[in-house]
Design a protein around this ligand. Sequence first.
Ligand SMILES: [Zn+2]
Length: 257
Amino acid sequence: MNQVALPLTGVNSYLRLLGRAVAAQFASVLAPPRCVSCRSSMTSTAVFCLACAVTLRPLQPTEIAEKLVAFGHYGGALAVAIQRLKYRRCPELAHPLGTLLVRALGRCSPRRALLVPVPLHPVRLAQRGFNQAGLLARVVAEKTGHAIAFDALRRCRHGRPQARTSAPQRWENVAGAFLASPVPRLQRSHVILVDDVSTTGATLHACRRALRRAGAKRVTGLVLAIADAPPAPGQAPPPLRDTLSSWRTVLRSGPDT
Ligand SMILES: [Zn+2]
């Protein structure tokens, strides 16, 4: 009897794809996609529902994009989603929120970069159970193919949570709080430093300085949101001009440190 001989690898990959499609279909029936902010069920795989999406204030690419890339301004549904990820122990939200980071990176993405998440102090990590920056960086790595280094940077001082300190205290709190390991892959690399929110820029500045001292050639911050004041749920977003002017002051102070 004549049989059609299909290459085994081709059959396997076809069955694997078919299996994934069926599993995705089942998953969407059993657990329909939900808005990352208000949790209402949606028919599409969008990150936010329509009602929440209108509260977003995406950040337009500006001249600060070389050193900082952000998806949007802190406030509205984006703020609620970030709060849920960090403080309500919803690490599963890192995946949809991570896709927003990939979207923000877009054209600014270098061909080759090393992703480094902003680390938590081990005490804070034990309290929270996960590092949201690490989860977000993992999603960016999956979607972009960039390498990721969890061991390149560590937080060696346990200060007060940045969200509970005033702007001047934030700079004091993180000065010298990070140590970078001069691992070979860091040398002369373009680092994309991943975090969820940046308020004063103090944390990113301290990390950037440590990474540059350890051999990184260039460091670009990548965050979901930038805010002018300590993040709080439902907070009114700051005016665009104010946010950008404060960031220009931070990022233009001295060489690329
Ligand atoms: Zn919603």
